[in-house]
Design a protein around this ligand. Structure first.
Ligand code: SF4
Ligand code: SF4
Length: 289
């Protein structure tokens, strides 16, 4: 299969800051469930794998997502990327995610396809992701030391088995690092998102960048945690801009750093600096009706 039209980053506004004012993305909110529990997440909101907590998205079926992409690109032809980023994890809803990607790929052979995941359950889907020419994948890795990871994740679920504490953190980490390696073996561009949580992992972010680089990651996005009072980390304040700048500079010694992330919602649409999520809300609701 010829991957050339999808392997460059020149049309992806998140992976290439130079085109953030030129091209846009649409997120397809199709994935409600999650297979891990991050201590900064309130399940009523969208996943921070790729989005900030916001109002819960309308959920689409794969067929509805296909129609939604048709309508959005007809209205905003500068949208070059369709992504799946939640509101849960795409591969806790693996069959639905793959059905959506197949539908969109068939209807829009030239669109860039992108997914964001916690990495827990992506592995068995990577071969088909490559076949569908999914060119960009984000894996969110908040710790590469399981002793830190255990403070961030209350549990991880593998099939029907739930793992907690160190065991859960170790399992998740091994899946994440293996996923990055396997994605790279399949020629997919990999960004790693890392949520910065003051007092928990803020001293550890450079180490995360160094480790994921060794696995082949292409780009790093240190993101400030968005505090949510309904979560175990509800009392932890959002990291200050100075702290984020220092952290990004240290991570940048190892990997190029995304500095223009706007922490979009799982149903975001439009250009990063010219967001049209609200404008397309009617379109999204009519597709999900
Ligand atoms: Fe929430 Fe996303 Fe973490 Fe799942 S991976 S618990 S949806 S932040
Ligand atoms: Fe791009 Fe960040 Fe928005 Fe994801 S959350 S689409 S990386 S700007």
């Amino acid at each position: 299969m010829n991957h050339s039209k999808h392997t460059d980053i020149s049309r992806h506004p998140c992976f290439n800051a130079d085109v953030k004012g030129k091209y846009g993305r649409v997120h397809l909110p199709i994935a409600p469930k999650c297979n891990i529990k991050c201590n900064f997440c309130d399940r009523k909101y969208d996943c921070v794998n790729e989005s900030r907590p916001g109002v819960t998205s309308n959920l689409l079926s794969p067929a509805q997502a296909g129609i939604y992409v048709d309508r959005v690109v007809a209205k905003e032809p500068r949208i070059t990327v369709a992504g799946i980023a939640g509101p849960g994890d795409p591969f806790a809803n693996g069959e639905k995610t793959m059905a959506t990607l197949r539908t969109v790929r068939k209807k829009h052979p030239h669109i860039l396809l992108c997914v964001s995941s916690n990495g827990m359950n992506i592995s068995s889907y990577i071969k088909e992701l490559a076949e569908l020419e999914v060119s960009h994948v984000t894996i969110t890795v908040c710790a590469t030391d399981p002793e830190i990871g255990r403070k961030i994740y209350s549990w991880v679920k593998d099939g029907n088995v739930v793992y907690r504490g160190l065991q859960g953190a170790k399992l998740l980490l091994s899946r994440q690092l293996a996923a990055i390696e396997k994605l790279k073996q399949h020629g997919i561009t990999v960004k790693v998102n890392c949520i910065v949580i003051p007092g928990i992992n803020d001293h550890h972010i450079e180490e995360v960048a160094k480790t994921v680089k060794r696995c082949g990651a292409d780009l790093f996005n240190a993101m400030a945690m968005f505090p949510n009072v309904n979560t175990p980390f509800g009392d932890i304040p959002q990291p200050a801009p100075e702290m984020m700048e220092e952290i990004r500079s240290s991570a940048e010694k190892h990997l190029p750093q995304m500095r223009h992330c706007t922490r979009c919602r799982a149903d975001a649409a439009g250009l990063l600096d010219e967001d049209k999520t609200e404008e397309f809300r009617g379109c999204l609701s009519s597709c999900s009706a």
